[in-house]
Ligand binder design. Structure first.
Ligand SMILES: [Zn+2]
Ligand SMILES: [Zn+2]
Ligand SMILES: [Zn+2]
Ligand SMILES: [Zn+2]
Length: 1219
C-alpha cells in the first residue's frame, strides 16, 4: 500500500509540475522577459523536488513512468480492455432509461449506432478505443436518470429535467456522430499519413476527449441540481472528473502503436516530418514502408494504395501529398458523406432488429425451466431428436445430419414412448426429402456448422432454423442448402460471367480518356472473381426446383441491393461489407454480392462508352470494393485452412469439396491461371452492341461516385459569407469574400494562370482563411492577418501554402481606397518579397483586360485608357449572344496554343520567348477558362496513356503498339513470351530457361490491346488451328513444311505436326462436355454456346483452296513462307509481309488491322538468312506501323476534342456575366 501511496504522491506532484510548466511556457512565449521568471522558478523547484525524490530515475521520463502504473491509470487501462464486454450492459440500461425519458433517445440511438459500427472495425487502434471509453463514461451518467420518475417532473427550482438537459442531449448526439466520423476517417489513413499528420489528429481526438469530459460534467451538474444539491456540492463532485481528464490526456499521448512508433523513428532519422515532406524520393520510400509486425488497418488501407500504385506511382505520390496537406478537419469533411451513409444503414438495422426475431410455426417457446440442454432448442422436431439422442451441448456434425435425415425419413423410432414410424413431413414438403440424402451430406453439414468446427452446437441449430424464410419448413430450408444454394450460385455465376463478357466487349470502344481505367479495372478485378466463379462446381438451374427457391434468392438479392444502394455501392472498408451482408458465412452471399457490384460497374462502363469522361478515382474505388470482398475471402480461406489442420484433415482434400469447391482454385491461383490450364477451356464472350450499351443509359449522377472532371469545372460549390463572417468587424471584415487575381514573377505578368479564393473569418475572428485550387489543380490554403502601421494605415500579410511540396508564399498587401483591390509584393521568403500581385473583387473577365502593374506605374493615364477600351471590348465580346465563328476560332486558336505551351512547360520547360507568349495567354484567360485548358490537357494525356501489359523479353521494356508473341515458346514456358517490334527484338534468338527461341518460330503479331489471361487461350487456340490447316494443306501439296515447334512440345508426346492440334481439339471436347442438364465439375467458365469458335475448324477447311499456294489478299502475289494469316477471321486471309508492313495492317472485308496475324514460317533456315534488304524493309515497317498508329490515335483524338470543345463552349458562353 505504501508504494501505491507514493505513486499517488508522485502523480500529484507531477501533475502540479506539469501545470506550472504549462502556464510558465505560456507566459514565456507571451512576455519573454518580465514576470514569468517567477513562474519558471516555481516550476523548477518542483522539478528539483521530483528529481530528488526519484533518485533512481535517469531522466524525467523515467520518473513519469510510475504515473502510468498508478491506480488511476490502471482504471483507464482496464476501462479500455473491458470496453467491449461492458458495452452491452450499458446499452441495455440506457435503453431502459430512454423508455422513461424519451428525450435522451436521440443520443442513446446515436451512441448505439456508432458502437455497432465500431465493433465491426477489427483493427485495434487504441486511441479510438480510448475515445469510446470516454464516450461510454459520458453516456453512463445518463443512466442515473433512472432515479427520476418522470421527465416532466419539476425539480426544486421548478425546471423539469427534460428542459434542463434536452438541448445538451441533442448536441451530444451530434458530437457522438462527429467523433465517430473522425475515427472512421482516421482509420482509413495510410500509416505514413497517420504518423506525419499525427499532431493534427491528436489535437482533434484530444478535443473530443475534453468535450466528452465536459459534457459528462454538464450532465452530472444538471442531475445534481435537479435533485436539489447545492452548487458547491455539485462542483466538488466534478473535481474528480477534472483530475481524471488530465490523466486521460497524458495516457492518450502514450498510445502510439508500435508500427507508428517505428515509422516515426524512421522519419526522425531522415530529418523529421517537415524535411521528409519536401523530398519526393524519401516520401515514396516511406510510403512503401511496412512495419515488421504489420496488422490491421494500415494493411488494408495500403491494399488500396497498392491497387492504384500498380500503374501510377506518380499519381499515388500526388495523392499522398494531397492527403498530407489535408488537416484532420478536411479529411473528416471528405469522409462525412460516406460515413453518414454507413450510419444510416446501421441505424435501420438496429430498428429492424428491435422489431424482434422472426418466429416460425412449430417453434417452441423457450421457458426458463430447463430439464436439459435440448430445451434450449427452438424447433420442435430437432428438439425431440436432440432429446432422444441424449446429446448435450453439441453433437458431431456428421452424426447430427445423418440422424436428422433418419428422423425426417420416418425411419427414426422414438425411444421416448411413442412407438412406430410417424410421418414427420407434411405432403407438400415431400419433394424435399430427396435432398436429405447422403449425397448432400457435406452441404448440409456446412449449412449447420457455421464455424466449420465439425460440431454442431445448440446455438448453431437455433441460428439455422430461425434464419429460414418465413413460411418455409425446416425440411424446405434443408433442401435449399443441399441443392438450392448451389443452384443459386450457378445462377449468379452465369450473370457475373455475362456482365464481364459485356464489359470486355465494350472495353475497346470506350472513350480514349476512359480506356486506361476500364482496362485497369478488368486487369485487377476479372481474374480474382473468375478464380472464384470457375472454382465452384456449378449446377444448372432446373425450372421446377428453382421455382421452390427463387422467391428467397431474389429476396436476399434485394436485401443486399438495398443495403448497397444505401452506401451508394461504395465499399470503403471491410467493415462496410459486414454492414451490408449482415451476419453469416461469406459463402452465403458472395456471388449475389459480386454480381450486384459488377452489374453496377457495367453501368459505369456503359457511361464510359461515349457519355462521360469519368473521374480517375471512379473505377479504382469500384475495383477496391471487389478487393475488399477478396480480403474477406482470403481471411475465410485462412481460417478454414487452420481449422482443417487442427482437426487433422488434409486441407487440399477438404477444399476440393468444401462449399462445392468454391475456394479450391484460389489457393493455387498460379496453377489455375497457367497457360496450360487456360488452353483447356475458354471464356464466355459477347458481341459489342452499341445500341444495347446506350439503351436505358443511367444518369451519370445516379451511378458515379465521383464528380467527372467536367463537373468539377462547372459545379464548384458556391461560397457565401457565413454568419460568423458577418459578425466580424474592422480591417478583417473588408477583405472577406471572393477575390480574383494574378501573380507576377520576374519580368512576366502574370507568371501564373488566374487564381481565385474566398476569404472567411476564422472561428476566433483573428484571421481570414481560404482554401482553393489553382487552375492547374493544386490545392492551396491562404491565411490573412492585418497589422496597424505607424502611419495609421493597415497592412495585410498573407501566407499561402500548397499541396504537393510547392514552396509556400508570403504576401504583403494593401487594400485600395475603394476596397475593390488588394495589391503588393510576394516572395517565397518572408524577408525577400519582390514580385507583384494584384487581387480584385471585379469579375474575372475585367481582370483579363487590366494592364499589368508595371504599365500602370510607367504611364498611368495610358494604362487606364487601355483598360477602359479593352474592358469595354471584352464586355461586348462576351455579351454578344450569338457565337460568332470568328470569335470561336480566335478563342480556339488561343486555347490550342495555350495547351501546347502548358504541356511543354510540364514536359521540358520553355524558352524565354515562349514564356512571354505564355504570359500573354495566361493573362487572357479567366480562371474558369484556364481550368478548362488544364482539364483538356489532362484528357489529352489520359487519351494517350498506355496500360502496362506485356514486356519485351529482349529489351525488357513495356511493349507499346505492335507485339509479337511466340506460340511454341509461350506454350513451353507456360506463360506469354513476347517481343516488341524493334528489329533487334523481334528477330532475336534467345535462350529462355534452357530452351531456345528462334526468329523462325510461329509468332503471332498483335496490334490491339489484349488481356493476357482472357485472350491468350483463344488467340493461341485459333493460331494452333490455323497452323494445323496450313500443315494439312502443305502435305497435300507434297511440300511438307518443317514445323519449327518441335522443341516446345516435349510433354505432348504426339506426332510432331499434330501435337498442337490435339491440344486444341481437347479444348473443344472439354467445352462439349458442358451439358446444361448435368452437374459440371470445374469448367473454366460457364457457357451455353461458344460464339468464339465461330466454326473456325470447319469454315476454314471449307474455304481454303486445297493444293494451291496461298495468295496475298491485297497484292494477289503467290507467297512462300513466311507470310501472315489472320487468326480472327473465319475466312482464310493471307497477307504477304510486304503488304502488311507497308499499310500498317490491312482492312479488307471483315478483316481489320486490329485482327491478330500468325507469322507462318516454313523453316528456321529461311529466316536466318534474312538479307539486308529484308532488314531495311522491316525497319520501314516499324516506322510505318508506328506512324499509322499515331495517326489513328490523333484522328480519334481530334474528333473527340472537337465534340468536347463544342459542348464546353456552349456551356461556357451563357455563364459569363459581366457585373
Ligand atoms: Zn524489345
Ligand atoms: Zn519461340
Ligand atoms: Zn501482298
Ligand atoms: Zn482478320
Amino acid at each position: 500500500m505504501a508504494s501505491s501511496n507514493e505513486d499517488i504522491q508522485i502523480s500529484n506532484k507531477l501533475d502540479d509540475a506539469y501545470q506550472h510548466m504549462q502556464s510558465a511556457q505560456l507566459y514565456v512565449s507571451k512576455a519573454p522577459n518580465s514576470m514569468s521568471v517567477d513562474l519558471v522558478n516555481k516550476a523548477d523547484d518542483f522539478y528539483n523536488a521530483m528529481q530528488a525524490k526519484a533518485t533512481t530515475a535517469q531522466n524525467i521520463l523515467a520518473a513519469v513512468q510510475p504515473v502510468y502504473e498508478s491506480d488511476a491509470m490502471k482504471t483507464i487501462r482496464d476501462g479500455m480492455n473491458t470496453l467491449v464486454e461492458g458495452l452491452p450492459g450499458v446499452l441495455k440500461a440506457l435503453d431502459e432509461v430512454a423508455n422513461i425519458h424519451p428525450f435522451i433517445k436521440i443520443a442513446v440511438g446515436a451512441f448505439k449506432v456508432v458502437v455497432e459500427l465500431d465493433l465491426k472495425r477489427r483493427d485495434n487502434e487504441k486511441k479510438i478505443t480510448l475515445l469510446f471509453v470516454e464516450m461510454k463514461d459520458m453516456m453512463e451518467v445518463l443512466i442515473q436518470l433512472r432515479l427520476i420518475k418522470d421527465e416532466e417532473e419539476p425539480g426544486p427550482d421548478g425546471t423539469t429535467i427534460k428542459a434542463r438537459m434536452q438541448e445538451l442531449v441533442k448536441r451530444t448526439a451530434d458530437d457522438i456522430k462527429t467523433c465517430a466520423n473522425a475515427c472512421d476517417a482516421y482509420s482509413k489513413k495510410k500509416l505514413l499519413v497517420k504518423v506525419l499528420k499525427s499532431s493534427s489528429w491528436d489535437d482533434k481526438f484530444k478535443g473530443f476527449l475534453t468535450l466528452f469530459t465536459d459534457r459528462r460534467k454538464a450532465f452530472t451538474f444538471a442531475l445534481e441540481m435537479h435533485v436539489g444539491k447545492g452548487v458547491d456540492d455539485a462542483n466538488r463532485k466534478l473535481d474528480s472528473v477534472n483530475t481524471k481528464l488530465n490523466l486521460v490526456l497524458e495516457f492518450f499521448a502514450t498510445l502510439v502503436p508500435p508500427d507508428q512508433q517505428q515509422l516515426g523513428e524512421l522519419i526522425n532519422s531522415r530529418g523529421g516530418p517537415d524535411a521528409v515532406m519536401k523530398e519526393n524520393d524519401v516520401l515514396t520510400a516511406l510510403a512503401k514502408y511496412k512495419p515488421s509486425s504489420e496488422v490491421g488497418s494500415a494493411k488494408r488501407a495500403d491494399a488500396h494504395a497498392d491497387l492504384r500504385s500498380n500503374k501510377d506511382p506518380e499519381g499515388s505520390l500526388k495523392e499522398l501529398k494531397e492527403e498530407l496537406f489535408e488537416s484532420a478537419d478536411v479529411a473528416m469533411q471528405k469522409n462525412l458523406e460516406t460515413f453518414e451513409r454507413k450510419f444510416d444503414v446501421q441505424r435501420k438495422k438496429i430498428i429492424e432488429e428491435m422489431q424482434g426475431i422472426v418466429r416460425h410455426e412449430g417453434d417452441r417457446v423457450i421457458d426458463s425451466v430447463l430439464s436439459g440442454p435440448h430445451d434450449k432448442i427452438r424447433d420442435t422436431d430437432i428438439h425431440e431428436l436432440w432429446k432422444d439422442m441424449r446429446w448435450r451441448g453439441h453433437a458431431k456434425a456428421r452424426h447430427f445430419v445423418l440422424a436428422l435425415r433418419d428422423y425426417y425419413s420416418s425411419e427414426f423410432v422414438s425411444t421416448s414412448g411413442v412407438s412406430g414410424p410417424v410421418p414427420r413431413v407434411i405432403a407438400e414438403d415431400q419433394w424435399a426429402l430427396k435432398y436429405l440424402d447422403v449425397e448432400y451430406i457435406s452441404a448440409l453439414i456446412e449449412a449447420f456448422d457455421e464455424d466449420a468446427s465439425g460440431f454442431i452446437t445448440i446455438s448453431e441449430v437455433n441460428q439455422f432454423t430461425t434464419s429460414r424464410p418465413q413460411g418455409w419448413s425446416v425440411v424446405h430450408w434443408l433442401a435449399y442448402w443441399a441443392q438450392g444454394w448451389q443452384m443459386s450460385c450457378t445462377y449468379y455465376i452465369v450473370k457475373i460471367t455475362n456482365c464481364f463478357a459485356e464489359i470486355f466487349a465494350l472495353e475497346p470502344h470506350v472513350r480514349a480518356e476512359n480506356h486506361t481505367f476500364v482496362a485497369e479495372y478488368l486487369m485487377n478485378v476479372w481474374r480474382p472473381v473468375t478464380t472464384l466463379s470457375a472454382s465452384m462446381s456449378t449446377f444448372a438451374v432446373e425450372d421446377e426446383l428453382w421455382s421452390r427457391f427463387e422467391s428467397y434468392v431474389l429476396a436476399e438479392e434485394k436485401r443486399l441491393d438495398d443495403a448497397l444502394k444505401d452506401v451508394h455501392y461504395y465499399i470503403d472498408a471491410v467493415e462496410t461489407l459486414y454492414l451490408i451482408t449482415g451476419p453469416g458465412r461469406i459463402e452465403q452471399f458472395i456471388f449475389p454480392l459480386l454480381y450486384l457490384l459488377v452489374r453496377r460497374h457495367l453501368d459505369v462502363m456503359r457511361l464510359c462508352y461515349r457519355r462521360v469522361v469519368i473521374n480517375r478515382g471512379e473505377l479504382w474505388y469500384a475495383a477496391g470494393g471487389i478487393y475488399y470482398i477478396m480480403d474477406m475471402v482470403m481471411a475465410r480461406v485462412g481460417y478454414l485452412e487452420s481449422l482443417f489442420k487442427q482437426r487433422n484433415l488434409d486441407p487440399d482434400k477438404q477444399f476440393k469439396t468444401f462449399a462445392y469447391g468454391l475456394y479450391n482454385y484460389i489457393r493455387d491461383q498460379d496453377q489455375f491461371w497457367s497457360l496450360k490450364s487456360l488452353m483447356n477451356g475458354s471464356f464466355t464472350t459477347a458481341d459489342f452492341r452499341p445500341d444495347e450499351v446506350e439503351k436505358d443509359l443511367p444518369e451519370p449522377g445516379d451511378v458515379l461516385s465521383y464528380p467527372t472532371p467536367m463537373e468539377g469545372l462547372f459545379s464548384r460549390p458556391e461560397e457565401i459569407l457565413t454568419e460568423s463572417d458577418l459578425e466580424v468587424s474592422g480591417p478583417l471584415k473588408v477583405i472577406l469574400g471572393r477575390w480574383y487575381g494574378f501573380f507576377g514573377e520576374g519580368d512576366a505578368w502574370p507568371g501564373y494562370p488566374m487564381v481565385t479564393f474566398f476569404f472567411h473569418a476564422s472561428e476566433d475572428a483573428s484571421v481570414a482563411k481560404a482554401r482553393s485550387i489553382t487552375a492547374g489543380g493544386v490545392s492551396f490554403a491562404i491565411v490573412g492577418q492585418h497589422a496597424l502601421k505607424d502611419d495609421g494605415t493597415v497592412e495585410y500579410s498573407f501566407s499561402q501554402t500548397f499541396s504537393g511540396g510547392y514552396e509556400p508564399r508570403h504576401l504583403k498587401a494593401r487594400l485600395s481606397d475603394d476596397g475593390q483591390s488588394l495589391f503588393g509584393l510576394w516572395g517565397n521568403k518572408e524577408d525577400d518579397l519582390k514580385d507583384e500581385f494584384y487581387l480584385t473583387r471585379l469579375p474575372p473577365e475585367l481582370l483579363t483586360a487590366r494592364p499589368s502593374p508595371r504599365e500602370f506605374r510607367e504611364n498611368k493615364i495610358q494604362a487606364l485608357w487601355r483598360y477602359a477600351i479593352d474592358a469595354t471590348r471584352e464586355q461586348i465580346r462576351r455579351k454578344s449572344t450569338s457565337l460568332s465563328w470568328i470569335r470561336i476560332k480566335e478563342y480556339l486558336a488561343r486555347r490550342n496554343k495555350y495547351l501546347t505551351l502548358i504541356a511543354r512547360e510540364e514536359d521540358q520547360g520553355l524558352n524565354p520567348d515562349e514564356y512571354k507568349e505564355l504570359a500573354i495567354l495566361d493573362h487572357g484567360f479567366t480562371y474558369d477558362e484556364a481550368c478548362c485548358c488544364f482539364v483538356l490537357l489532362e484528357m489529352r494525356n489520359r487519351a494517350g496513356d498506355k496500360v502496362p501489359n506485356f514486356g519485351c523479353n529482349v529489351c525488357a521494356q513495356e511493349i507499346e503498339g505492335v507485339r509479337y508473341t511466340c506460340l511454341p515458346c509461350s506454350l513451353a514456358q507456360n506463360t506469354s513470351v513476347d517481343f516488341c517490334d524493334k528489329p533487334g527484338c523481334r528477330d532475336a534468338t534467345l535462350d529462355i530457361d534452357g530452351s531456345t527461341h528462334l526468329p523462325s518460330h510461329h509468332m503471332i503479331k498483335v496490334r490491339t490491346f489484349l488481356f493476357y489471361d482472357r485472350d491468350t487461350p483463344k488467340l493461341f487456340g485459333n493460331a494452333t488451328r490455323v497452323i494445323a490447316d496450313l500443315t494439312e494443306q502443305a502435305k497435300k501439296m507434297g511440300t511438307r513444311p518443317k514445323l519449327p515447334a518441335a522443341d516446345a512440345r516435349n510433354d505432348q508426346g504426339q506426332d510432331g505436326d499434330t501435337g498442337l492440334v490435339d491440344g486444341a481439339s481437347g479444348a473443344l471436347q472439354a467445352k462439349d462436355s458442358v451439358d446444361a442438364e448435368t452437374p459440371v465439375t470445374s469448367p473454366i467458365d460457364i457457357k451455353k454456346d461458344e460464339p468464339e469458335t465461330r466454326g473456325r475448324a470447319t469454315a476454314a477447311s471449307a474455304n481454303k483452296v486445297i493444293g494451291v499456294r496461298p495468295t496475298c489478299v491485297s497484292c494477289s502475289a503467290k507467297m512462300e513462307p513466311p507470310f501472315f494469316v489472320c487468326v480472327d477471321c473465319i475466312e482464310s486471309i493471307y497477307i504477304c509481309t510486304d503488304c502488311d508492313e507497308q499499310l500498317g495492317g490491312l482492312s479488307i472485308g471483315a478483316h481489320t488491322p486490329s485482327h491478330s496475324l500468325l507469322r507462318y514460317s516454313r523453316s528456321s533456315e529461311t529466316n536466318r538468312a534474312a538479307g539486308p534488304s529484308e532488314e531495311r524493309l522491316r525497319a520501314l515497317e516499324s516506322k510505318v506501323a508506328s506512324f499509322s498508329g499515331q495517326f489513328t490515335a490523333l484522328n480519334e483524338r481530334m474528333h473527340r476534342m472537337e465534340g468536347l470543345l463544342e459542348s464546353l463552349l456552349s456551356r461556357l458562353v451563357p455563364e459569363v456575366s459581366v457585373g
